[in-house]
Design a protein. Structure first.
Length: 268
């Protein structure tokens, strides 16, 4: 049976503690000596292989001289209370990127906006994403050619103008180019499908171990990992109303053809 993966909080806590140790200029051996712990304990905590209690995290942060909001945020992660809302998303993005590298399949839904992993930087900025979020997303996009990625896109997101004609034209051309990749599958949900149980989220599957769901907001994100929270997303019926990949690309191309031509765009 595959070994369960660390929870999102445990993985982010591991990243945060490792960063704090390095910022303090200490080796894992030095920290173990100061706390009279084994070096393997430090290593397992920093990889997320071992859950650290709030008391252990407090002891580590005292050695690293971490105080204030950073200390409070890391202590909160040690409590692992289920769905993870986190205002400072830097650790969350790191945890998400690592999960995406390990996933065997990624499924993303886009309704109001196009799926984040398919957005161009110009489109993302026009959608009012913070600069840090745009850069984090660009890093995450690098793994798209390495594993199966399925994107469900509501037709409204294709036709909704974000960032002006030129930005939108480039974005739609980018979708068509991405659809040519053997690992990428685009499925458009047409207006004719009517109401559907879609949404805006990323589903990560790991081939035998528990799946995760990530929902992104402008300044924070939500990661679901408990089976009871993830199960409804695994049972989505959107596949039944979405166009197949070939028809989806044809619909995207028809939207491109209906938009202003290049000469018109240059005059904008």
């Amino acid at each position: 049976m595959p070994k369960p993966k660390p929870t999102p909080q445990a993985r982010a806590l591991a990243e945060g503690l490792r960063d704090a140790r390095r910022a303090a200029g200490l080796s894992a051996t030095e920290v173990a000596d100061r706390l009279a712990w084994s070096q393997s304990t430090i290593s397992r905590i920093e990889t997320g292989a071992r859950a650290a209690s709030a008391e252990e995290v407090s002891a580590l942060l005292a050695v690293y001289r971490v105080t204030g909001e950073r200390r409070s945020a890391l202590l909160t992660l040690s409590r692992d209370i289920g769905p993870w809302w986190f205002g400072d998303v830097s650790l969350q993005w790191k945890a998400l990127a690592q999960y995406e590298k390990e996933a065997t399949k990624i499924v993303e839904f886009g309704t109001v906006l196009l799926p984040g992993l398919l957005q161009t930087p110009s489109y993302a900025r026009a959608a009012d994403l913070p600069a840090a979020a745009v850069e984090a997303r660009r890093e995450r996009q690098k793994m798209l050619g390495q594993k199966k990625f399925v994107a469900y896109i509501d037709e409204g997101a294709l036709r909704r103008q974000v960032g002006g004609p030129r930005v939108m034209a480039n974005q739609l051309q980018h979708l068509v180019a991405m659809a040519d990749r053997p690992t990428v599958e685009l499925r458009v949900i047409p207006f004719s499908a009517g109401a559907h149980p879609g949404g805006a989220y990323v589903l990560l599957e790991f081939g035998g171990t528990r799946s995760l769901v990530y929902q992104e907001r402008r300044r924070y994100g939500l990661i679901l990992h408990r089976p009871v929270d993830v199960e409804p997303y695994l049972q989505s019926t959107v596949d039944a109303v979405a166009l197949d990949p070939a028809r989806s690309v044809r619909l995207i191309e028809s939207v491109i053809e209906a938009r202003p031509q290049r000469g018109d765009l240059l005059g904008q």
